[in-house]
Design a binder for this molecule. Sequence first.
Ligand code: PMP
Length: 332
Amino acid sequence: MGAMQMANHITELIGDTPLVRLSRVVPEGAGLVAAKVEYLNPGGSVKDRIAVKMIDAAEASGELQPGGTIVEPTSGNTGVGLALVAQQRGYRCVFVCPDKVGQDKIDVLRAYGAEVVVTPTSVPPDHPDSYYSVSDRIAAQTPGGWKPNQYENQNGPASHYESTGPEIWEQSEGEITHLVAGVGTGGTITGTGRYLKEVSQGRVRVVGVDPEGSVYSGGTGRPYLVEGVGEDMWPGAYDPSVPDEVIAVSDAEAFAMTRRLALEEGLLVGGSCGMAVVGALRVAQREPDAKIVVILPDGGRGYLGKIFDDTWMASYGFTTGDGDSTTVADVL
Ligand code: PMP
């Protein structure tokens, strides 16, 4: 009798996500665009990768002790990854989210057993009520508290250098010409991009994508609605020498593409995925021979009440098409 083929814990299934070719959204004559589908990670996003690596490193260094509490400002995805690993290893989790984050995402964190504190989006980072300040205060005042600090933690980019980068190189059989990824903490583009540049001896071009107004593409941090990407400050997880360029994309373009990915490619993904694909298509259109890999960080279920809701879209002036309600007469 052979042993059953199974993982011993869900966290063992993190990584090794597939690439899928985008077809309908890529214009005729443009370069090839392959999407790395990170929502197929067990926690539903790319952030599972950094969660394991950051916790492993903190256990090894003694910063995180048995029975400790993980405290992090997170828009949801990093929280899910941390919560999965924390559950397995017996840590408590307290997460701090800005109030622009969808209720569904917060409910998911609570379902995994985490405690979630919600803070106002519209205050500057140094304000005592900002999600950075609140999480600092909670981490400092909780015995055994440890803040992974995904914005500064070098194990974030390191996890992508060790996993996402090598996976893409192998899956593309070394033929990738461009990596395109949205920039939030900058960990994904820094680690994945650094690996791909090194292994290709500088041949692979690395293209960051961020929301119009965010610092990476030269803005000042003006608010935008797309979640998980863009910054109003420069995090240590981001190495600005890795990307060769950073493309700015508007919320309107990002959300329109997010809806097209669900409707035309069967990919129900989040707004930062639509944003990254808009960036990838700009590269594909100017370089017909390119073989582009674009990272799709998370799935779309956390955005059903927002990007996929016509009323929400209309309330911000975004156009959507036909409207949500379908009557029998519409169908017949
Ligand atoms: N998209 C989403 C939905 C995210 O949660 C994140 C992480 N903040 C990103 C993109 C960007 O990834 P990174 O932080 O590695 O730049």
